[in-house]
Design a binder for this molecule. Structure first.
Ligand code: SF4
Ligand code: SF4
Length: 435
């Protein structure tokens, strides 16, 4: 097989992939969950600028860039795709046999990702079910396990971890295995980038018979007989352009400049999406007044209509009754919960029987996510006197870690999908107790 000629664009691409991995390894999760949150909010009729404005800006920005310029997100920014590239490189370097799927089979297998997307839309967006969330989701597990800041490899021992390892194993033998066949975000990108303006040109009349571009396409696209590469599968990696012995693949605009501009714009979208808009407390109060479920029963696991007294002496009501003032014993309590990357610790203050303040003592999540969750979640908990509040779009896992920590401090139950288990105050993850 012909070796790809080294071109500056390759170095730039891998450098950008590395920077993206260091700065925002979970960007693909943010975009995908962002799309889901926005779609779900619109379907439920509760989309608001204060709660979802910047997330929407980020998601729409990424989609627009992809629709106009192509899938630079996949080729340059996505850490999951970069991991696939790295595993493929390792496989090749170790002379592990690379499996080339015949184009006829490949063209059929590529439809699997549209099936995955359809399942996600029906069950996740419309019905609000989340079988693949928390540690059941290989994407999440990747983001939690592989990070420069707080790597957490123990998370690999989970359903999502096993799926992730299987994907990684396949990626050693098949280049961009996940991107080609399974990625639901890639399916969205493939659809919207079909009509992009930035395209690689490859006048077939000037081609020899080597088919080097086809044999080396990262996404397994059959480029034979193609004059303009308009496939939605193309991730703009430029490998075909690099390898062509006749320099027959070109673009009308400098491809390196477009790649850098796209990567910069995508990065801008990410940081814009993490700007927290001021929370409208009046709107929150209105929203939360309709909340009916709340803190559930305490340590002894008793449920029912009778009030029970939990370990810390707080009184909690049954699961169908909203809390009222005077429910808690005054004091300060500490609690912990599982966030995206590790434990979140909080101190909750109760005065006059009401939650008056929540202070974050420590957290391990990325600042961008945690800070988004923090202000909104604390405001909502204090406002509603409940942990049954909406998580913050694009910071779901940090929200859940924070809510679990608050519930843990107050010795009430909370179901945290980060751990896919229900934690209760009495058996919380440690640190629970009154100061
Ligand atoms: S196809 Fe999916 S996993 Fe692959 S690079 Fe694109 S978003 Fe990332
Ligand atoms: S067609 Fe070229 S730029 Fe597109 S994915 Fe294949 S090798 Fe990369």
């Amino acid at each position: 097989m012909r070796k790809s000629k080294f071109k500056p664009i390759s170095l730039i691409r891998h450098l950008i992939q590395l920077i993206a991995f260091i700065l925002f390894p979970g960007f693909f999760v943010v975009i995908f969950t962002g799309i889901r949150s926005i779609a779900s909010a619109i379907i439920a009729g509760n989309w608001t600028v204060s709660s979802m404005g910047m997330t929407t800006f980020m998601v729409v920005g990424v989609l627009l860039i992809t629709a106009v310029l192509g899938r630079f997100f996949c080729g340059f920014i996505c850490s999951f795709g970069a991991a696939g590239d790295l595993l493929h490189f390792i496989g090749k370097s170790l002379h592990i046999h690379q499996i080339k799927i015949p184009h006829e089979v490949d063209n059929v297998l590529k439809y699997i990702k549209y099936f995955v997307l359809t399942i996600e839309v029906i069950f996740g967006w419309v019905l609000g079910l989340s079988a693949f969330s928390g540690t059941n989701d290989p994407w999440n597990v990747f983001g939690m396990a592989f990070t420069i800041k707080n790597p957490n490899f123990s998370i690999l021992v989970s359903i999502g971890g096993f799926i992730l390892i299987a994907i990684f194993a396949a990626s050693i033998f098949i280049e961009r295995f996940f991107c080609k066949y399974l990625c639901p975000l890639g399916a969205i990108f493939a659809i919207i980038s079909k009509g992009r303006l930035f395209r690689l040109k490859k006048p077939t009349a000037n081609c020899g018979k080597c088919s080097a571009c086809t044999h080396n396409c990262s996404m397994g696209i059959d480029l034979r007989g193609t004059d303009v590469i308009d496939s939605g599968e193309c991730i703009d990696c430029m490998e075909c352009k690099n390898i062509c012995p006749k320099n027959n693949i070109s673009t009308s605009v400098n491809s390196t400049a477009v790649a850098i501009a796209s990567a910069a714009a995508l990065t801008g979208c990410y940081y814009a999406g993490n700007i927290v808009l001021p929370v409208n407390s009046e709107a929150l109060t209105t929203t939360n007044s309709s909340t009916t479920t709340d803190f559930t029963t305490s340590s002894n696991g008793t449920t029912g209509s009778d009030s029970t007294t939990s370990n810390n002496g707080n009184t909690s009501s049954d699961s169908s009754t909203a809390l009222t003032s005077g429910t808690f014993t005054d004091g300060t309590y500490t609690g912990s919960g599982q966030g995206y990357r590790g434990t979140t610790n909080v101190t909750v203050s109760v005065s006059g029987g009401k939650i008056t303040d929540v202070t974050v003592d420590s957290y391990q999540d990325d600042d961008q996510f945690f800070n988004r969750a923090k202000s909104t979640i604390i405001n909502e908990v204090v406002s509603s006197q409940s942990v049954n509040v909406d998580t913050v779009s694009g910071a779901t896992y940090s929200s859940q870690g924070l809510l679990e920590a608050i519930a843990n401090a107050l010795n009430v139950d909370y179901s945290n999908s980060n751990t896919t288990t229900e934690s209760s105050g009495s058996s919380g993850s440690g640190g629970h107790g009154k100061h």
